[in-house]
Design a protein around this ligand. Structure first.
Ligand code: B12
Length: 380
């Protein structure tokens, strides 16, 4: 088995035209490509940082609001400055990018511009042909790049059926666990990513030297391509003190990837204060952090709209989580949800914490409380 091609896609700053890239992302993932989607209104710095951390083969930019000649050139330039010229740049923007512009952009180092009328198949074939072969690497120029490449090695080793890379990663139990590892899980749409992003902001603000790693998971489409879209929701995590890696489940059920443990072991040996793992949106039976010692603390994030009280009896993570969060607690059903979940947790007699949050709200007191709980044992 060969690991899927990974590309990053994004729309430039001051540009909200995301319809084209959404269509293209979907076509790519259907053809076995893993797409890390950064969203729209993204700066050159955010795009290049994400591309390096995700160790992608190429960056696909969709640009409609003008300024494309300069914007694409700045991306190519910053990649070069950061020693990441092995990451290629391509893109399109319908009729807003003229053939004359494209010629100039290609001279400036852009691989290819696609014009109006190009079929989705042509674009997919291009990516497979040009970004599917092994690449030549130069020495890593930053700690982010070095770490990103190690994570790629781990994922590639797993794709070939090997659990460990030649570099002999220690397993999570024996690794020196400096960072606090926190696992976030819960159903899709509960607001896990937004909540994590708000917690990241609090960590960054409280400690000006703190560094955080995030391992974020999204499902692979029948074991092949995947849309890794959590970065598109992140605002505060677009920061040089945050190392984020998006992982596809690559055919494994349960919320994590086959390579998660080894990647976590690698991160545990790097200099982070916190490592946050976010699972895919999970179902009632999921126990993603059951394997011994994988996390220090588990947080189950729930949406108040889980259905009837009976549904709660079936959610296994309600027995296992250290903290249960009812996010979107501004919704009408939230008070009922809080008391139903509270009663359910009381039956466990484990002293589990229950917190209400509105993660989308800035300075939410519930998120502050959650932050105090998870950072209680960390230096201020
Ligand atoms: C749909 C659309 C909108 C929608 C956007 C919806 C959305 N969420 O994306 C809405 C109505 C919201 C909108 C708003 C605006 N729009 Co508008 N919009 C368009 C429109 C009609 C189509 C663009 C599109 O999605 N095409 C579909 C894609 C799939 O096809 P394509 O463009 O031919 O692209 C091909 C290739 O280039 C390639 N491709 C494209 N991107 C990428 C990326 C990669 C990685 C790859 C591999 C390939 C690739 O894929 C296609 C293959 O055939 C264009 C006009 C036009 N006909 O192009 C104007 C257009 C882009 N908009 C324009 C403008 C001015 C605006 C507004 C500023 C209008 C206003 N005054 O409010 C706002 C700004 C929005 C914002 N926040 O940025 C102008 C831009 C002018 C310019 N740059 O000089 C255009 C050109 C219309 C015009 N003629 O004036 N817009």
């Amino acid at each position: 088995m060969v690991a899927p091609i990974r590309v990053l896609t994004a729309v430039p700053i001051c540009d909200g035209h995301d319809s084209a890239i959404n269509t293209i992302n979907l076509e790519f993932i259907r053809h076995g490509i893993e797409v890390i989607y950064l969203g729209y209104h993204r700066s050159v710095g955010d795009i290049v940082r994400a591309a390096i951390q995700e160790d992608v083969r190429a960056i696909g930019i969709s640009s409609y609001n003008g300024g494309h000649v300069e914007f694409f050139a700045e991306v190519v330039d910053l990649l070069r400055k950061r020693g990441a010229s092995d990451i290629k740049v391509f893109g399109g923007g319908g009729g807003t990018i003229t053939h004359k512009d494209a010629t100039k952009m290609e001279r400036q180092g852009v691989d290819q511009i696609f014009f109006a009328g190009t079929s989705l198949t042509e674009m997919t074939d291009y990516v497979r042909k040009h970004y599917g072969k092994p690449r030549r690497r130069t020495a890593a120029k930053s700690s982010d790049m070095e770490l990103a490449r190690k994570l790629t090695e781990i994922e590639e080793a797993h794709a070939k059926g090997k659990r460990r890379t030649a570099k002999q990663i220690r397993n999570p139990q024996s690794a020196i666990r400096n960072p606090k590892v926190i696992g976030f899980t819960g159903p899709g749409g509960a607001g896990k990513t937004t909540l994590i992003d708000e917690l990241v902001l609090r960590v960054l603000n409280r400690n000006p030297r703190a560094r955080i790693a995030i391992l974020s998971h999204d499902p692979s489409v029948v074991g092949e391509g995947a849309l890794l879209g959590d970065r598109a929701t992140m605002i505060n995590s677009q920061n040089d003190r945050v190392f984020m890696r998006s992982m596809a489940t690559r055919g494994q059920a349960g919320g994590l990837s086959p390579a998660t443990h080894d990647c976590l072991a690698q991160l545990a040996q790097s200099k982070f204060d916190y490592v946050i793992i976010e699972t895919v949106g999970t179902g009632q039976e999921a126990m993603p952090f059951q394997e011994n010692g994988i996390v220090d603390l588990t947080v189950l994030v729930m949406n108040p709209d889980y259905g009837s009280r009976l549904q709660l009896q079936k959610i296994v993570m309600l027995d296992l989580a250290d903290i249960v969060v009812v996010n979107k607690s501004d919704l009408q059903r939230a008070r009922t949800a809080h008391s139903e979940i509270e009663q359910r947790l009381e039956q466990n007699r484990r002293g589990q914490q229950l917190i209400d949050t509105v993660a989308k709200r800035h300075r939410d007191p519930g998120v502050d409380r959650l932050f105090d709980l998870i950072s209680a044992d960390r230096a201020r």
